[in-house]
Ligand binder design. Sequence first.
Ligand SMILES: [Zn+2]
Ligand SMILES: [Zn+2]
Length: 651
Amino acid sequence: MASKITITFPDGTKKEYKKGVTGEEIAKGISEGLFRKAVAVKINDEQRDLYLPINESCEFKVLTFNDEEGKDVFWHSTSHLMAQAILRVFPESKLTIGPVVENGFYYDIDHPPFHEEDLEKIEAEMKKIVKENHLVRRKEISVAEAKKLFKNNKYKVEMLKEIDKFQDEGSTGKKGVVSVYEQGEFIDLCRGPHLPRTEMIKAFKLTKIAGAYWRGDAKNKQLQRIYGVSFPDNKQLKEYLEMLEEAEKRNHKKIGEEMGLFAHFDLVGKGLPVWLPRGEIIRGEVESFAVETEREAGYQRVSTPHLAKKELFEKSGHLPYYEDSMYPPMKMDDGTYYLKAMNCPSHHLIFSFRPRSYREMPVRLSEYGTCYRNELSGTLNGLLRVRILRMNDAHIYCTKDQIEREVELVLKMIKQYFEVFGLKNYWLRLSLHDPSSKSKYIDEPDNWLYAEKILRKVLVKLKLEFVEKKDEAAFYGPKIDVQFKNVYGREETMSTVQLDFAAKSRFDLYYVDDSGQKNKDVFVIHRAPLSTHERFMAFLIEHYAGKFPLWLSPVQVKVLTIVDRHEVYADRVVETLRNKGLRVEKDYRSETMNKKIRDAQLEKVNYIVVVGDREAEKVTVNIRTRDGVIHGEKHLDKFVDELVGEVKQKK
Ligand SMILES: [Zn+2]
Ligand SMILES: [Zn+2]
């Protein structure tokens, strides 16, 4: 047997080591710094503990907190640290599971409700364990041994029974053998890997307590879920907590309520936001902008019913794959109907309503289409997860030769929108098919090859930042998604452009070519640059923190009087602004000027205008903005002209 193995590093360099070398030793050989930061290693595609011997030649990577996978190991290790502390402080509690979430970790514990003070106690105990600096070590034991070890915890015993069957959490891939992780007196069932030493968890914060059911089932016992987050140093924790605080200030639910943009009513139901007058203004402005942009780009608007016959969704292929996401069917005297969850099928019917000549291709049909999604009440979240959504939808029907230009035009439209809204930090994701998973994708290899090449070419040409994702395409074709990080640092999809090879045969789409023949090679592009009203509004509210630019702002100007006798002139100012299409409110209350200004600032009104004797006499206004900047006196006509210009430029 060879006593040497070859380790291949991520940059491609290879080095020989003696067989049985550990990840820790390799990291140390590279640098002391890397050794201290190392949380685990990746051997080929598998994450492993640092201190385990490596016996075969492999690809090798040291994971640190800066890698997504390293972060997960770090956070999951902190959930063990928290669990250990909980057992020390509350020995009667029973641990269940403690996975990683998007920003940190949680552990579900069977214990009476915890209080804020309890979190402080747990945190203090965690600090002690960090200082004690236990080694964290993996052990493989038999299921029978493990059952003995966890005999006082019915949850772990239940899991152990299933591990034999399903080889999940704690499984080692070996029949009847599970892995456990030990640190000091604490031992937990776990698949791993883990940080090698508790001292590495230098900074952490327990952020939230919530109720959760065992296995997510309301029929089971309610457990206590404690969330937390951790970092390798205090600076990163501080920055994260500051980001969170800032994000909370921008939260669309909070601002939406404060500014009176939208509301939810119990009597209407969950996930069904009601747009209040001020929110409806913003929604309307975004829609008008889209309608105008699409008109200039040669789109034709259509309007389709909110419900349609079952047969339509069968024809489109959405039933039965999509049935769970749709509302239950309605039986009527002439058949079964569904609320639509997508607009495409009706648009396809409009395209094939009459023969299309090659001269009119491409045909671009657009609609702010209302769709309904059957979401469980527990998953609903503000405007981000709703049961009704109005989509900035359009379907482009084009020939194969036209795909490239049409995709380019859509991407340019997206770019143009984002410039107007001042959105900069986005990137694109090109989702491709995987030729080896045949059943997952429509069987048109030439079209796949062609379309994927074209999409990539356009992205490169437009100099857009993008990543390629294999095996992530839709069944019917490749797609491009526009990705964002929201104020919480969470990645979200904003816009989408999808190519569709399947619609043509399902809906017998064709055009008549220049020799009078039917050509069935009609490609469909589904696109939604501005997402849905709901999602886009949530995003805009958080992006602007409620301080909307003038063209979107529900109240653009507020006119304030100093004393009663100024009302006549103030009315004239209001009238003049309104006649130019500006949204104006007045504040003639007999409050102090400071209070009136402050209230207008809190309402995030763009321009606050004060009028008194001097202004009335000279037909001027005294202007300040919501940021507290005083712009001084200006002639009324000049002010109006400037505002009209600002709205027009969408600045
Ligand atoms: Zn674990
Ligand atoms: Zn569609």
